[in-house]
Every structure is written in structure tokens, then in C-alpha cells.
Design a protein around this ligand. Structure first.
Ligand SMILES: C[S@@+](CC[C@H](N)C(=O)[O-])C[C@H]1O[C@@H](n2cnc3c(N)ncnc32)[C@H](O)[C@@H]1O
Length: 358
């Protein structure tokens, strides 16, 4: 990169700027995973037609083209897009589906899989249709498109196995008393091997993750120092799922709409290299709080002052990167298909990371 970062850690760099310009500085075929959540808000609200949807697609397409170029052949692009209604009417915008179609039909991405992020903690909205008139259900699912550059991106679901449900644990303990092996009407052969312990269940593409962060060091420090916290953060469990499944340690993860740098922080905790691009210096400066856990408030104030220069190239020393292992992503299901991100496997939990910025 020609540009200097705002700050860097042992594993990553956070850059202030328009990500289209910053992407242009990256060599082709150099990134393993782009994980991001762009601004969803339709850029110009209209009360009729789908003009705003078309505008959104035209706005985001150049970013998609650049992401396609910088991704390795084995790479993936995970795009979290919240749904929305068209302005003034109880009719859904199709913009997230139009983005999906444009990226596949016009840029050449493959849709490796469509994921759905269910946020059980989401407040009911829009108020007019859901709370007042009660003619629409609460919208609590984001579409998360997993794009790939080729048909076979690097992926391994064994790295995100979910804990078995109690029912499945019982089956593994005592398969004979549980059922008689037979063919299901669907044709699936439910043989005795179904009761084999594989260390966890295959996750589903419905990720249940409450977005309820209220006590992280990031929020605490934003409050203490009177800086505005980012209003549209995703929970670390969301990037953690895809980073684990789609990359190995030391692979490079990029977030092109970095916000409060949830992705970079998660990548660092999972021992991946990372880069974050964010247009707002203020948002990116306070994202450094994520890496300053345990530092004195004087030190943090000094760091914040240094970060008033968008190209400060500030090296963060020692940091504590801890992912909250109590916040699981779960699918409540009578069957064994329970999804939790923090299943057995390397990479989760608290990791003290010694910084070494040369
Ligand atoms: C939905 S937020 C991302 C939040 C992030 N996932 C987090 O957890 O904090 C989208 C971000 O994209 C940034 N943004 C918008 N246009 C941009 C651009 N052209 N280049 C870089 N960042 C941009 C916005 O400032 C905003 O912070």
C-alpha cells in the first residue's frame, strides 16, 4: 500500500479513505476474504418505483469489481445487507437481491451460499407498518451473500461446527435405544453411522446472533472519552463465523467499509492478518479503542490525539484481543441442527497478543 495507515497492530492496518481509491492500491489476487457491511440506507429515498434500488446497485458495483480483482482465486467476499422498505409504502425494496444478481451476472462472482443473519434482539420497525398499523411482521433477518471468485473457494465447515443438541448427544451415547436404522421417505439412509461423534453438528446458513453489545471496552471508552460510538456495528460473532470457515491463520482479511473495525479486531483475535478501510477518520480513530483494553486513560487520550492525523501510522503496542465466548450464535431447533460459533476448535477465547510493529 502506498497510503500510510491511521494505526496498525501486529497483524493489521487500518486506513482512512474512500475504499475505492484504497482498493486500487492493492495488488490483484492478494486477499483471502473480504468481509463487510456497507451503508444500507438507500441513498435517495423515492416514494415510487425502484430508482433508489438501481442507484444503490450502480453505487456499489465498482466496489464489487475491485473486490473481485483483489481476491485470490480461492478467495471469498461476504456481504451483509440489511433489508428495507421502499419509502412511504409497506413494500420491500429489492436492492439486496439486485446487488446479488448484478454481482453474479455482471461482475462474475459465484454465489457460494446465501446466509441469513437472524438478530433476535432487533427492535420492531418500521414503526408505521409494524407497531402502529400492525400489518407487517418484525424484520429481524439480514441477507448475507457469500460470494466467491471461483466455484471452489477455500472453505471448511469443520472449523465452525456447532455444539450438539441434547437430543443428538443422547443419540451418540446410545444409538441403538434411540432409533432403528432405516431409510427415510426422503431417501436419506439413516444408518448407525448417523450416531457417530464428529465433534459437533454441521452449521446451517441461518446464523442467530443477538446484536446486544452494551458493555464492550470499545463502548466504555467511547463513553469515557466523549467520542461517538459507531451506530451500525455488527457483532463480532458474524465476521468470526466467516473468518474461521473461509480462512486459515495468517491469511489476509479485508473490510472495505470498516466502521468501528469489528472485522479487524476479530481477525486479530483469530490470528489472521487484516486490513480495514473506512472513510470517516473519527470512526476509525475510536476503533483503536478495541485494541487498547487495559491501557490507562492518559495513554488512550494520547493515542486519540495522535490519531487526529489520518495517516498517523500509529503502532499500537501490546493489546488484549478477547472475543466474548459466552455470546453464542444458536439456532433453536428441535432437531440436532444447533449452531454456535464458539464450538470446540482453535482460535476462540481470550488471546493476549504481543505487538511487534517494525
Ligand atoms: C454499516 S457501517 C460498517 C460497520 C462495521 N461493520 C462495524 O461493525 O463497525 C458502513 C461504514 O462504511 C463507511 N463508508 C461509507 N462509504 C465508504 C467508502 N466509500 N469508503 C470507505 N468507507 C465507507 C461508513 O462511514 C460506515 O462507517
Amino acid at each position: 500500500m502506498q497510503s500510510k495507515p491511521l494505526y496498525r497492530t501486529a497483524k493489521g492496518q487500518a486506513y482512512v479513505g474512500d475504499s475505492l481509491a484504497l482498493l486500487a492500491e492493492l495488488p490483484s489476487n492478494s486477499i483471502d476474504l473480504v468481509m463487510t457491511s456497507p451503508p444500507f440506507a438507500l441513498r435517495r429515498q423515492k416514494s415510487y418505483g425502484n430508482v433508489e434500488e438501481t442507484e444503490y446497485v450502480e453505487w456499489i458495483k465498482p466496489f464489487g469489481q475491485e473486490v473481485f480483482r483483489v481476491l485470490k482465486e480461492s478467495g471469498s467476499f461476504v456481504l451483509d445487507l440489511g433489508g428495507t422498505y421502499r419509502s412511504g409504502i409497506p413494500s420491500r425494496s429489492l436492492y439486496n437481491f439486485r446487488v446479488l444478481l448484478a454481482f453474479c451476472d455482471e461482475i462474475g462472482f459465484h454465489l457460494a451460499e446465501d446466509f441469513y443473519w437472524f438478530n433476535p434482539a432487533k427492535l420492531p420497525s418500521p414503526i408505521e407498518w409494524v407497531n402502529k398499523r400492525k400489518i407487517r411482521a418484525k424484520d429481524s433477518v439480514n441477507t448475507v451473500w457469500w460470494f466467491s471468485k471461483t466455484e471452489f473457494p477455500k472453505a471448511d465447515v469443520r472449523k465452525v461446527l456447532a455444539p450438539y443438541s441434547d437430543r443428538m448427544k443422547k443419540l451418540i451415547r446410545d444409538p441403538e435405544s434411540f432409533y432403528t436404522p432405516k431409510k427415510r421417505p426422503s431417501g436419506h439412509d439413516i444408518s448407525a453411522s448417523f450416531g457417530k461423534d464428529n465433534g459437533g453438528a454441521i452449521p446451517s446458513n441461518l446464523l442467530s446472533i443477538p446484536n446486544t453489545d452494551s458493555n464492550s471496552s470499545y463502548l466504555r471508552l467511547c463513553k469515557e472519552l466523549g467520542t461517538e460510538s459507531h451506530p451500525a456495528r455488527f457483532p463480532a460473532e458474524l465476521p468470526a463465523f466467516f473468518i474461521k470457515m473461509l480462512t486459515d491463520e495468517e491469511d489476509v482479511v479485508l473490510d472495505i467499509f470498516g466502521g468501528s473495525n469489528t472485522t479487524g479486531f476479530t481477525a486479530e483475535a483469530l490470528k489472521r492478518k487484516w486490513m480495514t478501510f473506512e472513510i470517516s477518520r473519527e470512526y476509525l480513530a475510536s476503533s483503536a479503542f478495541r485494541f487498547l483494553e487495559g491501557q490507562s486513560s492518559d495513554t488512550i487520550k494520547r493515542v486519540l490525539a495522535t490519531l487526529s492525523d489520518p495517516h498517523a501510522d500509529y503502532c499500537i503496542g501490546e493489546a488484549l484481543c478477547a472475543l466474548d465466548t459466552n455470546k453464542n450464535a444458536t439456532i433453536s431447533d428441535e432437531s440436532h441442527a444447533q449452531l454456535a460459533l464458539f464450538a470446540a476448535g482453535a482460535g476462540y477465547g481470550s488471546a493476549r497478543i504481543q505487538r511487534n510493529c517494525e
